[in-house]
Design a protein around this ligand. Structure first.
Ligand code: ZN
Ligand code: CU
Length: 484
């Protein structure tokens, strides 16, 4: 008879591939799935009766800014409580490594932490710090273009010289050798916006040989979004690397209704190259407060402000009225600050979320005192609200978008599927009750319906809360098996 550590009996297995669920038992040993099948006979140290609940691969949050959170708050409750077992950090051009600061972190690296939190001059020192911290979830990481620019440039409002690009590329190579998944950019932000397409193309040269990916918060998500998509795909084509468009959206009132056009552009690219995107299930974004996004037609909520911390939680309209100034002037006085922008149409978000090329990524901001609810709610909201209640896609497809698809695209070898020999990253949940509870007015609330979460075979979270065991690892890049 088979010996195992944990036997999960009587469960409905959603294996991560998008196929119909099957009733089965799943046995775990030494951090791996050692058997899957009906009525398994094995001698288990612990047996769990799942009472017919759903068992899925642990969710992979492909778009996070948890770079410093995984070290400073290794319990990672916002993510673990959603069933997330792996976070991909280093998105939007900002990463905790490789970074050497001279002074304060530039916008939007300040979303990740304070100057004192950036202690990783090489990618290898960062992976060592993750191992020392022992977070509750696995961590995989991109290296950020803006971070590299800041390491080598005296000012960020210009394009890098050939010599500066070479220096940045050297650091990117170090990161790739130490296991980075690829390169991210945040070309929309002031501190990367002056970079030319050629700067990014030349920086991204080492990605192809490494089998790594290019992820981008594009140069525009408003009027010029199609140009920005064209640029992103061109960077991928010229380098023969897959492209992940981060948090694909149609932002700004004047762009509402353009999601079909945008998805057609994505589909056209997918006929020629490997390309996909991620999306969060909300019609509001969040980042640092950007004067270019101040628009009286859009409700903007301030999440933090260094000179005026007392106004956090108020709308910009309310603050402007009480100061008797325009919203733009109020936004200037609040700098540096963070904001939630209700700048998207629900219909566009739903269409993008439902597309077959779309993965789920929270884009949560763990450092915000009043975070966008996506930090705590994204995955249960996709499963409960958009799959179960609104029937945007069936449950197995929802699971594929958050497990198998991202594991293949990012080269997370041996993860993302419930298969013999795969890592025992698992989430047991009730498909009838799973739902997010975090809201814009009350954003720090764990989801309902998550029964148990295992990370590398270790039971880490139950409906009663964290178990106290933290079994996350740094996940170096494996081979990408991008299938579109
Ligand atoms: Zn972004
Ligand atoms: Cu982001």
């Amino acid at each position: 008879m088979l010996n195992c550590d944990t036997l999960i009996q009587n469960t409905l297995v959603l294996d991560g591939s998008g196929t119909a669920p099957e009733r089965a038992d799943v046995a775990l040993r030494d951090g791996l799935i050692c058997e899957v099948g009906p009525a398994l006979k094995c001698r288990a140290a612990e047996t769990i009766d799942a009472r017919g609940q759903a068992l899925a691969p642990g969710f992979i949050d492909v778009h996070t800014h948890d770079d410093i959170a995984v070290i400073r708050t290794p319990e990672m409750l916002p993510k673990l409580s959603q069933g997330v077992t792996t976070v991909i950090v280093g998105n939007c051009g900002i990463s905790a490594a490789p970074v050497t600061l001279r002074g304060e972190p530039p916008d939007p690296m300040n979303l990740l932490g304070n100057a004192g939190d950036f202690r990783y001059p090489t990618f290898a020192t960062y992976t060592a710090a993750i191992r020392d911290a022992g977070p509750a979830v696995n961590v995989a990481a991109l290296a950020g273009h803006t971070a590299l620019r800041n390491n080598h440039m005296d000012r960020l409002d210009r394009s890098a010289t050939v010599g500066e690009v070479a220096a940045m590329r050297g650091q990117l190579e170090e990161a790739l050798n130490a296991g980075a998944l690829g390169l991210s950019t945040g070309l929309a932000y002031y501190n990367a916006n002056a970079a030319t397409t050629e700067e990014v193309v030349e920086l991204a040269r080492p990605l192809a040989a490494a089998g790594a990916v290019y992820a981008t918060h594009m140069r525009a998500e408003t009027a010029r979004i199609l140009d920005a998509m064209h640029e992103a795909f061109e960077i991928g084509r010229l380098n023969h690397v897959p492209v992940v468009v981060s948090h694909l959206k149609c932002a700004g009132v004047d762009n509402w209704g353009r999601s079909e056009e945008v998805l057609r552009a994505l589909e056209a690219a997918r006929k020629m190259q490997r390309a996909g995107c991620d999306c969060y299930p909300y019609a509001a974004g969040s980042s640092t407060l950007d004067l270019r996004q101040v628009d009286e037609r859009v409700t903007i909520m301030i999440t933090w402000s260094t000179p005026h911390p007392e106004v956090a939680g108020n709308t910009l309209a309310h603050i402007a009225a009480s100061w008797n100034v325009s919203q733009l002037e109020a936004a200037r006085r609040l700098q540096p600050a963070g904001a939630i922008y209700h700048s998207m149409a629900e219909e566009d978000m739903r269409r993008i979320l439902g597309h077959t090329a779309t993965m789920i990524g929270s884009d949560g901001l763990p450092n915000d005192p009043r975070p966008h609810p996506r930090l705590w709610g994204t995955f249960p909201r996709v499963l409960g609200r958009y799959s179960r209640e609104e029937k945007l896609f069936p449950l197995p497809e929802a699971i594929r978008k958050m497990t198998g698809l991202p594991a293949q695209r990012f080269g997370l070898a041996g993860r993302g599927f419930i298969r013999k020999g795969y890592a025992a990253d698992l989430v047991l949940f009730d498909p009838e009750t799973i739902i997010d509870t975090a809201t814009f007015s009350d954003p720090i609330r764990p989801a309902h319906g998550i029964a148990a979460v295992w990370v590398n075979g270790v039971l880490s979270y139950t409906a009663d809360g964290v178990t106290g065991d933290r079994a996350g690892r740094f996940l170096p890049r494996g081979e990408t098996t991008w299938m579109q």
